[in-house]
Design a protein. Structure first.
Length: 278
């Protein structure tokens, strides 16, 4: 399978989401949230000097986004005004990262667990209600990263980048997580951003191995696509949700990636449509 390059000039893209006929994404080092139509035309939605990452929406349509460097979630309303939604500094042991927002508006937010360049430490998820009230979720996670929720809204699957695995949790009625289980042991693969399809398969960006792959529960890899660049995140979009969008870059470093602007959005057609959240 060969990908098509749709957009170039990114510094470091993250958090791709499909909404209203556009691919939305963050760019760490261009310090903004962008959206792109299917022809590859890009618009700046919002400047975010504190480094944006995961994206999601409340039931009323307000945009939620992770503000990495101040360990918070911000909210942008329909007028474009931005507000603090939740301060996560008491929960996050390092910069906040990816996030999934349920259809009820509950946000599940990961973080590095440690400061960049410092000693590794495990992390806890933050669980944030639609009202912005934050509480500590499951802990003992090895760099929690990409996260999805199934269409029924009762199961969350998360990538542990440093654990080389996907975990699943049951979502309780109040949004809390329980029943931690191994979804897939990925061996030498390094999962980053992920997305879910209608048959329960998970597409996984693997920046350490220049690839994206699809895995099913139990760990069987059903599809694998080698890439020129590192793949940090992926999203199923398009009108039929059968276009797999990939966010790629040569590296994630603040210096090189910011200066070179060699990041891309790529895409490839697949057989099974996207499902669930995001």
């Amino acid at each position: 399978m060969k990908t098509e390059i749709v957009l170039t000039g990114l510094a470091f893209g993250e958090g791709p989401r499909w909404r209203d006929g556009h691919l939305w994404f963050s760019d760490f080092y261009r310090h903004g949230i962008f959206r792109m139509d299917e022809s590859g035309n890009e618009d700046l939605v919002l400047e975010v000097p504190t480094q944006p990452s995961g994206l999601g929406w409340l039931p009323n349509g307000d945009l939620l986004f992770v503000s990495m460097l101040d360990r918070s979630i911000k909210r942008m309303d329909s007028s474009g005004a931005v507000f603090l939604h939740a301060d996560l500094s008491e929960i996050a042991g390092g910069p906040c990262n990816d996030m999934v927002v349920s259809t009820e508006g509950i946000a599940y937010v990961g973080n590095f667990g440690f400061e960049e360049g410092k000693k590794f430490s495990q992390a806890a998820l933050a669980v944030v209600g639609a009202d912005g009230q934050a509480r500590k979720g499951p802990d003992g996670l090895d760099f929690p990263n990409g996260t999805v929720i199934n269409p029924e809204g009762d199961r969350l699957i998360i990538a542990e980048s440093y654990g080389s695995r996907l975990l699943s949790f049951d979502i309780e009625g109040d949004g809390s997580l329980s029943g931690r289980q191994l979804f897939a042991d990925l061996g030498s693969r390094v999962p980053d951003g992920i997305c879910l399809d209608a048959e329960g398969g998970i597409w996984v960006g693997d920046p350490a191995n220049h690839s994206v792959f699809r895995v099913i529960e139990g760990g069987e890899v059903t599809h694998h696509i080698d890439l020129e660049l590192n793949c940090y995140a992926c999203m199923l979009g398009g009108q039929d949700r059968k276009t797999l969008y990939l966010v790629t870059a040569p590296n994630s470093g603040r210096g090189g990636a910011a200066k070179l602007r060699e990041g891309r959005i790529e895409r490839v057609r697949v057989d099974i449509p996207g499902a669930g959240t995001p």
